[in-house]
Structure formats: structure tokens, C-alpha cells
Design a protein around this ligand. Structure first.
Ligand code: NCD
Length: 315
């Protein structure tokens, strides 16, 4: 079997996506109950190569690997030879020579994740590629939406905030529109990619007024302002941003009673969402974190060509 690659949502067939979502929903209650311990990936080794900061993505992959019996090793750029100037190509070749079966890679440049994949013999999963894609986040979000009965043609979801810098938005747009979900992108012009201001991606529309959109939608995904990707000049002050695009107590009342509220994290409390959002029964932010482990269990099995759900179907 040639090594599997998940660099973008488009790398997966619709059947792959269905199988991964089904499996994530199978793992979810076991992860939530803290009762999973399997041997599916015994004998497989997983490398987590994170050249950019991460809590949720890195730890959930590490936990998923360990729960499935894989040897899992985490490398960050600080403390590795990348700090001494080793190139992405040399790093990929070196770690490939150690015989790792899977690498999960995050880098601030999307091209570097591609380059790593070209020089690594095993399976490669994109753990967040610059302003490119973040396919595992979109898959876990889709699993949460499936659980809420919202991953269906004709549903309407808004992605609000810093679309320009968001790999989460790019992967979610690809996955959601492929399922016929209508996506409204809500952002001020400076936080919208210039090409999309003229023509938003197929299946999406662009709005600048969050208040107008909120009463109409089934789900909203709030995005963090990616300050680390902004030059000083374009930084809107946090209070100005949250007045226009933050989910606060007044805007919570505009949302339908059965709406779903999501955020990929990390959250800037008081900027994209206020504290009250976490106490709201419509908020799925913690469920997204649990689903992150469940989805990554399924994905590591997929990457190794193993059954996504244990064959006996039980523990
Ligand atoms: C996102 C990321 O790193 O792209 N976070 C995540 O993976 N959970 C979003 C963000 O950093 O704002």
C-alpha cells in the first residue's frame, strides 16, 4: 500500500470522509468516558512534528496514538536540530530513516508541510499548514455537526472572524460545501482574502454584518484573530473587533434556540466569545476537544491501513 497522505480535505474521497466520521462517532463515547485502551496500532510508530505552537492538535494526536497502542514521539522545533538551522527536507529524511510509520506535521508555511511529505516515506497528516489547510480540524468539526444532525444539505452555517488567516476556515469550507451545507463567511474586508471579496468560494457567500446572519443560521463557528500572522499595521484593536464580531450576551439571544456554537480553540475569552458562551447549552466547544481525540483515533488507523473501528466492534 502506498503511504497515505492527508494534506487537504480534497485528498479524501467522500467514502473516506463517511468512514472517518462514523468511526469518530464510535470512539467518542469511549473517549468521553476515559475507557479506551486498544492494540490496533501496536508495532506502529507515530511522529508528531510541530514547528508551530499547539495544545489541542498535538496532545489529541499523542493521546489517540497511545490509546491505540502506537509508539508516539513528539518533536517541537525548539530543542530540535531545526533550531540549529536544519532544513525541513533534512529533518524529514532523517526522521524517515528512523522508520516512523506516520508523521503529523504542523508548520507556519503550507509549502513546508508539502515538502516534508515529499521526503518522508511513511504516511503524512497535515496538522495545520500555515494559511493553507487544517483538514483534521474540519473532520472533527464535521463529526460534531453530524452528532448534532447538522451535516446535511440545506443546513446553513456561518464562519465568523479572521477568515484571511484561517486554515480552519479553508478546510471547513471544502468539507461543508462538498456536503451541500450553505456557508456564510462573516468578516470585515481586511480579514477576508482579497480574491474572495470579489468572488467567495463556490457554495459560500460573504457578509460583513454578524447581527444580520445570526438569526438565520443553524450553526456558527467563531474564529480566533490570528495575531501571529498579522503585520502590526492590520491589527484591529481587540475591543473594536469584539464589538463588531464577538459573540456576546446580546448576540447569543439572536441565535436560534437549537443552534450550535463552535470554536476551534484556542479561545481569546472576551474577544471572539464572552464567558457566558461556555455556560450556554448550545456551546459545543468542549465537545469539539473530545471529538478531536476520537477523530484522530480513526485517522491514525486510516493512515496505517488498519480497520478504523476494532474488528470485534468492542473493547
Ligand atoms: C487552530 C489552528 O491552529 O489553526 N487551532 C487548532 O488547531 N485547534 C486555530 C487557531 O489557532 O486559531
Amino acid at each position: 500500500m502506498p503511504a497515505r497522505r492527508l494534506l487537504r480535505i480534497g485528498d479524501l474521497s467522500p467514502a473516506d470522509v463517511d468512514a472517518l466520521l462514523d468511526a469518530a462517532l464510535w470512539y467518542f463515547p469511549h473517549i468521553a468516558a476515559g475507557e479506551l485502551k486498544l492494540t490496533t496500532l501496536r508495532g506502529f510508530s507515530t511522529l508528531l512534528m510541530f514547528f508551530e505552537p499547539s495544545t489541542r492538535t498535538r496532545v489529541s494526536f499523542e493521546l489517540a496514538g497511545k490509546l491505540l497502542g502506537s509508539d508516539t514521539i513528539s518533536v517541537t522545533s525548539s530543542g530540535s536540530s531545526v533550531e540549529k538551522g536544519e532544513s525541513v527536507v533534512d529533518t524529514a529524511q532523517t526522521l524517515s530513516a528512523m522508520g516512523f510509520h506516520i508523521a503529523v506535521v504542523r508548520h507556519r508555511s503550507a509549502d513546508s508541510v508539502e515538502l516534508f511529505a515529499e521526503h518522508f516515506a511513511g504516511a503524512v497528516i497535515n496538522g495545520g499548514a500555515g494559511r493553507g489547510e487544517h483538514p483534521t480540524q474540519a473532520l472533527l468539526d464535521a463529526a460534531v455537526l453530524t452528532r448534532a444532525g447538522m451535516l446535511e444539505a440545506g443546513r446553513h452555517l456561518a464562519i465568523a472572524g479572521d477568515i484571511l488567516h484561517s486554515r480552519v476556515a479553508r478546510s471547513n469550507i471544502a468539507l461543508l460545501t462538498s456536503r451541500g451545507v450553505k456557508v456564510t463567511l462573516v468578516a470585515p474586508p481586511p480579514l477576508m482574502p482579497p480574491a474572495w471579496r470579489a468572488e467567495p468560494p463556490t457554495g459560500t457567500v460573504w457578509e460583513t454584518d454578524l447581527d444580520r446572519v445570526l438569526p438565520e443560521i443553524d450553526a456558527v463557528m467563531m474564529l480566533r484573530m490570528q495575531r501571529e500572522r498579522m503585520g502590526g499595521g492590520m491589527l484591529p484593536p481587540a475591543d473594536e473587533y469584539s464589538a463588531l464580531y464577538g459573540l456576546d450576551a446580546r448576540r447569543l439571544r439572536l441565535l436560534r434556540p437549537d443552534a450550535v456554537i463552535m470554536h476551534p480553540g484556542p479561545v481569546n475569552r472576551g474577544v471572539e466569545v464572552v464567558e457566558a458562551v461556555f455556560a450556554d447549552s448550545r456551546c459545543r466547544i468542549n465537545e469539539q476537544v473530545t471529538m478531536g481525540v476520537a477523530l484522530r483515533c480513526a485517522l491514525l488507523c486510516w493512515a496505517c491501513g488498519r480497520p478504523l473501528i476494532p474488528e470485534e466492534g468492542g473493547l
